[in-house]
Write a protein that binds this ligand. Sequence first.
Ligand SMILES: Nc1ncnc2c1ncn2[C@@H]1O[C@H](COP(=O)(O)OP(=O)(O)OP(=O)(O)O)[C@@H](O)[C@H]1O
Ligand SMILES: [Mg+2]
Length: 358
Amino acid sequence: MIDVTLESVSKRFPRAGDTAAVDDVDLRIAAGEFFTLLGPSGCGKTTTLRMVAGFYFPSSGRIRFGAEDVTNRPPNKRDTGMVFQNYALFPHLSVAQNVAYGLKIRKVGRADAKRRVDEALGEVHLAGYGDRRIDQLSGGQQQRVALARALVIRPRTLLLDEPLSNLDAKLREETRVEIRRIQKDSGTTALYVTHDQAEAMAMSDRIAVMESGRVRQVGTPQEIYHRPATAFVARFIGRSNVLSVPVVTAGPDTVTVALPGGREVPVAAPADHGLHEGGTAQVSVRPEHITLGAATDEDAITGRVTELEFTGMATNLLVDVGGGEPVQVTAIDVPARIAVGDQVGLRLPAERMWVVAA
Ligand SMILES: Nc1ncnc2c1ncn2[C@@H]1O[C@H](COP(=O)(O)OP(=O)(O)OP(=O)(O)O)[C@@H](O)[C@H]1O
Ligand SMILES: [Mg+2]
């Protein structure tokens, strides 16, 4: 078990212009932690992971494993296990030979290697599959072979780049539970990359949300969901409304804003919100926290339903409140008589709202 630190790490690729693929990233991943880099395509997740693995060297900044500076050390001197997106298994070798590969390179003796391969296959629930060929396995089984191959060398850090993206939805959910179990059992520090927010939330101790090469927020799944730092994070983690509303008064950790329709409510804000009376605040509120009622309800924001979609578990509505983006609402129980074009009343609970950076 070892902690991993990135200090002001940037990566600029030659001939890629002035924009940095990874821009001044600071992260501290605790020993034994399951830590995820989450963000949209092209935000710099793989580039960051490859710098930790040693396949790329940073243009500036330092990377440390514990107190050791590994910034310029080649991959085979870092003691990391890597699981690539496409698994990168050797199709002509058996399962056991694939898993033993890293041990052979490290010149581990035959008997010891066999014992460790068996142990690793047991950990990923593939005991007895050693003699199978890779093309005789399902996608999920291949994924677990890749994991066993990374684990068998007992790496100090386990690095995983979208390892579930080739699996179907059901297998993906099963396998993510298993990866998490194996990581916790082995106690290895894990750095995981995905663009799937549900996967990140389900698996991670903490998440770093990235956008355009920068880390926008680091926190537990709960912190990032309930207290998103920016409008981007609020929208990327699940669905969220971000309302632009006038500031009535601004205090150190609370900002009173005027909602559409004029009702004034106090909303929690981060200490560095920088807002003033007369300015405009960005306030996030989740669709499932808004309650739907009649247009005549006291304290409700009135609006007109422009879209309505029944998904089985809930109903999603878009409500035009006059100006700005339509408000998204998710409700479990929607009276059957409500239809597109109807006037409705929305209640936005102040305690569920949160000021985000623009
Ligand atoms: N070898 C390279 N040379 C030049 N530019 C690169 C190179 N590798 C990545 N980039 C650029 O760096 C940025 C970040 O790429 P990266 O692969 O890290 O993104 P990502 O977050 O992993 O995206 P995805 O989810 O699509 O895998 C992108 O703009 C990409 O085009
Ligand atoms: Mg990638």
